[in-house]
Unconditional design. Structure first.
Length: 610
């Protein structure tokens, strides 16, 4: 069968990077054409050295497998991705996306706009509730990983999750297995547990892996991490329990017991996860177990789990359903098969034949896909634009001729209308002159009721018959602007209106006598303060107030009420009452009334014809 398509894949493990090139035959079968592993030195739990080592390792794979310029699917470790299984209520098909996004916002422990996330239905479809698996990864971390792949001139076709890729590889290589099984992927930094049974799957990540065993060896024997790793790989094995005799070499026997203690801790986490799957997820008890990953190559690892789990345990062989190309060493490939489950699963993603298809999309890939989707529209838009430009050229040539013909007619009309415009401007100037001449007349008409309203307001300000007015007179710059009735002199008129006035106009605003003065015939003034400069227009009110218990206060109360009127421009009269109001006071027994005078500035300027 001839190969029809090359499928490049990258498994971005914590301590071991794997790359491979598969092809898909016309019959739909996978063929492994070549593969390569690159070991990364150092503690895989130290994130500071992760990205530089990843860049170097991916570049080495790109050179060794000739991946430059190809598009490759890659897998990230389960510990780097948030995974949550959620049961959805029965919903219609058009509302599924909204419900899933709502659940993602509720369950993902990061703002949804800061993560790359996806989902996949994993439960049977014939029941009311549907189970969905949500996967999410911080966009910054995903973009950093994608940058290392791009630095090696490899294009990213998609990013899968390692446990999902292992599940897909298992379903492809073991199609006959329907019972409930558990796959234990022993990685360097963590362990992935994948449960598979008819119609469903479940996965959980345990943060105990090969690095935990290496750290225990390093601590027990005082070795550096690199030396401890070398001892584990070259001489290490899992000590068998029961009555099995220890190794003849005491150092190797001690090493195997340290490894067994670490594996016992891992077994406890595995057992708790199995119980969680059965109790919380409603899964069946596993009847078989498979182990894979770099840790499964440790001697007696499978036997250890078989002893602890009381289940048949075997090494997962993902190449069981994969053909090996002529360039692949068959014995070497079978020896490395326990580390190739992710790569087989990724090849199935590239071939489009996977039961679980979740994908984490880096920002650069998302932008490229959006651009590719828009490319046909851009091409059509460009063609339409050129068509519009051609039509525009024809249109504007025709429009040019029409415009020239129309411009002559318009110019003739313009000359006629321009003459009208000149004539209209002359009429506008005449109208403005007439408006200016009528302004004074309009003001007089508008102000014709001014004094009537003011007098009505004054009348309404009386609260009792203790006060009456004898003079209401407007002053301008301190002088009267109204003629005296009957042609009498101002002195005689004032003396007639205000009894006791003699020798000139009587005004309490004349320089007052000091308080307490006892000069014969002179009134006692309520205040000795001199008023300020007269406003331009002032209303002078003169009158008498009767003797009463409140005394001069009735005058002040009257003045305060007038000050609040709309006709007067007075502020804070309480602080300057004596500047606006003057009144006589006395105790003479034969007097029943006293004079007062109030001067208040008018708010509105009134023009008077002289």
């Amino acid at each position: 069968m001839a190969d029809s398509k090359n499928l490049a894949v990258l498994n971005l493990g914590s301590q071991r990077l794997g790359g491979a090139v598969f092809s898909k035959t016309s019959g739909g079968e996978l063929t492994l054409k070549k593969y390569q592993f690159v070991e990364m030195m150092g503690d895989p739990t130290v994130d500071a050295t992760r990205l530089p080592q990843l860049r170097v390792g991916v570049a080495e794979l790109a050179d060794g497998l000739k991946l430059k310029g190809l598009s490759a699917w890659s897998a990230v470790g389960g510990h780097a991705v948030f995974t949550r299984f959620v049961k959805l209520p029965p919903v219609q098909g058009d509302k599924v996306e909204q419900i899933v996004e709502f659940e993602a916002r509720q369950n993902v422990p990061f703002p949804i706009n800061e993560v790359a996330w996806d989902y996949e239905f994993v439960g049977p479809e014939d029941i009311g509730e549907r189970e969905v698996v949500l996967v999410a990864m911080k966009s910054d971390a995903l973009n950093e990983i994608n940058d290392q792949i791009s630095a090696a001139s490899i294009k990213t076709a998609g990013v899968d999750l390692a446990p999902m890729a292992i599940y897909n590889a298992f379903r492809y290589s073991y199609p006959e297995v329907d019972e409930s099984v558990v796959i234990i992927d022993l990685g360097a930094r963590s362990t992935n547990m994948i449960f598979a049974e008819a119609g469903r799957m479940f996965t959980r990540n345990i943060l105990v892996g090969g690095a935990s065993i290496t750290s225990a060896i390093s601590k027990e024997f005082g070795l550096g991490f690199g030396d401890a790793e070398q001892q584990k790989c070259s001489q290490g094995f899992v000590a068998l329990g029961g009555g099995v005799e220890d190794h003849a070499d005491p150092a190797i026997a001690a090493l195997s017991k340290v490894i067994r203690n670490s594996m016992t801790r891992l077994h406890g986490e595995v057992l708790r996860t199995i119980n969680y799957y059965r109790a919380q997820q409603g899964g069946g008890a596993p009847v078989r177990a498979f182990v894979c990953g770099g840790g499964s190559h440790l001697a007696y690892a499978a036997e250890f789990f078989q002893e602890k789990l009381k289940l048949p345990v075997e090494i997962l062989n993902p190449l069981r359903g994969v053909q090996l190309g002529s360039g692949v060493n068959k014995d070497a490939a079978q020896g490395d098969a326990h580390c190739m489950a992710e790569m087989v699963g990724l090849a199935l993603r590239g071939a489009g034949e996977s039961p679980i298809e979740v994908e984490l999309v880096p920002d650069a890939v998302s932008s490229a896909r959006d651009a590719a989707k828009r490319a046909p529209l851009l091409i059509v838009a460009t063609l339409c634009l050129w068509g519009l430009l051609a039509a525009g050229v024809v249109y504007f040539k025709q429009a040019e001729k029409t415009t020239k013909d129309s411009s002559e007619a318009i110019r003739t009309k313009f000359d006629t209308l321009d003459g009208y415009a000149t004539e209209i401007k002359e009429w506008d100037r005449t109208l403005d002159e007439l408006k200016g001449q009528s302004t004074q007349t309009e003001e007089v008409v508008n102000d014709r009721s001014y004094w009537v309203r003011m007098l009505a307001d004054l009348n309404n300000s009386f609260e009792s018959d203790l006060i009456w007015l004898t003079v209401i007179e407007p002053l301008k710059d301190g002088a009267s602007i109204t003629p005296i009735l009957g042609g009498a002199s101002a002195t005689a008129a004032t003396a007639a209106i205000i009894p006791g006035a003699s020798g000139g106009a009587s005004s309490l605003f004349a320089p007052p006598v000091a308080l307490g003065s006892t000069q014969s015939g002179a009134p006692v003034v309520a205040s000795t303060s001199t008023p300020g400069a007269e406003p331009a227009l002032v209303l002078r009110l003169q009158g008498l107030y009767r003797k009463n218990d409140a005394g001069v206060e009735v005058v002040y109360q009257f003045a305060r009420k007038l000050a609040s009127s709309q006709f007067f421009a007075v502020e804070n009269i309480a602080d300057h009452l004596n500047d606006y109001c003057k009144a006589e006071t006395g105790v003479e027994g034969d007097r029943h009334a006293y004079k007062f005078e109030i001067r208040l500035p008018l708010k509105q300027t009134i023009k008077f014809k002289k």
